[in-house]
Design a protein around this ligand. Structure first.
Ligand code: XIL
Length: 352
């Protein structure tokens, strides 16, 4: 009797365990793609003469069929959220691992999407051996050049546009006081751009910046930097505006800011848009969020040289906001179940 009872208990435990494994596997595969309303964003964007892009999370790309389906159906451009950063490509000195980055490039090219390279040189997410290394100007410059070369030669024409330098400035609009600036001196931005042009003569080279979206001290600094670079004949094709925002809205002077860079003869684009909400968000907040997204798209469309609009993730299931801004989230166009939020329809309308 005791033995039978024990067997019964064991069987029950096994059933529960098996069920838990099934639930975990289903969860791992993410939500199914449901039909989204209206015309796909990429079609609307193409009619409007621009690319609509998104950051892509590598884990989701690998595991979640619904994520892949919506990604390919709605977007015409992708940016690697993490896997093309220096620290991700060369965690160990002298050894590159392009597996994850190539996975994204293959996916994108197979579905007629363009890849934005992100980012060749950035103060953040550097390999630890770079960040903690002991460098002289000569040795660090050598490593930076070598990295730019290795990366560009690897991807070649498959990645036609690069955030060559990401976030060079501090809040006051001066070159950041970080490892790169301190060791290499102010000329480092120019050196990266020239090196990039050497190894990718056809690629579009972009300076990408955060919190320089509106007219402010930082974007003024960016403007001075860019004008100086162009005056010296440094290769530069575009400026990227990240546009991470919240219900404060599109920063004041955003459109005029895009216009002044475009007037220098450069392309401009929105590279990382998201609109963070306090969580859990009310319907009212979602509607306000929709208006912010729509405004941003309309401002980009109003500037002929604004060639692309990229969001930093397209589903609340995969967004960097909750992890970096506790209390905030729900910052993207689709909810965690891949259903359209008001912001999705608002972007569709703004693209029409
Ligand atoms: C973020 C990613 O979304 C996170 O997953 C990662 O932990 C940190 O970096 N500006 C950029 C992006 O240029 O590369 C950053 O991406 C967000 C801010």
């Amino acid at each position: 009797m005791g033995r039978r009872l024990r067997r019964g208990a064991l069987a029950a435990v096994l059933v529960v365990l098996a069920a838990a494994v099934v639930v975990a596997l289903v969860e791992r595969r993410g939500p199914e793609a449901k039909p989204l309303p209206g015309t796909p964003l990429r079609e609307l964007a193409s009619q409007a003469g621009l690319r609509i892009g998104t950051a892509v999370d590598d884990t989701a790309l690998q595991r979640e069929p619904g994520y892949r389906e919506v990604l390919a159906q709605q977007f015409s451009s992708v940016t690697a959220e993490n896997v093309m950063k220096w620290g991700a490509l060369a965690a160990e000195r002298g050894r590159y691992d392009f597996t994850a980055a190539d996975r994204l490039v293959d996916f994108a090219l197979g579905r007629g999407m363009r890849v934005r390279g992100h980012a060749l040189v950035w103060w953040n997410q550097l390999p630890t051996w770079v960040r903690d290394g002991e460098w002289t100007r000569r040795t660090l410059r050598q490593e930076v050049r070598q990295h730019v070369r290795t990366t560009l030669e690897h991807f070649g024409e498959r990645v036609p546009v690069w955030d060559a330098v990401n976030e060079p400035l501090d809040d006051r609009g001066r070159l950041r006081d970080d490892l790169l600036g301190r060791v290499l001196g102010d000329g480092w931005v120019e050196d990266v751009l020239r090196t990039a042009r050497t190894y990718a003569p056809e690629a579009q080279l972009v300076l990408n910046e955060t919190a320089a979206d509106g007219l402010n001290a930082k974007s003024d600094g960016m403007y001075r930097l860019v004008r100086g670079l162009l005056a010296r004949g440094v290769p530069l094709d575009g400026v990227g505006f990240q546009l991470h925002t919240n219900l404060d809205g599109v920063p004041a002077g955003f459109r005029r800011n895009l216009e002044r860079f475009a007037a220098l003869g450069l392309d401009v684009e929105v590279t990382e848009a998201d609109v963070a909400l306090r969580t859990p968000a009310s319907e009212r907040a979602e509607r306000a969020q929709a208006r912010v997204y729509a405004q941003a798209v309309r401002d980009c469309r109003a500037v002929p040289r604004c060639r692309g609009f990229t969001v930093w993730g397209f589903t609340d299931r995969h967004s960097w906001i909750p992890g970096t801004q506790p209390g905030f989230g729900e910052a993207t166009l689709l909810d965690a179940e891949l259903r359209a939020k008001p912001a999705f329809r608002a972007v569709q309308r703004a693209l029409r």
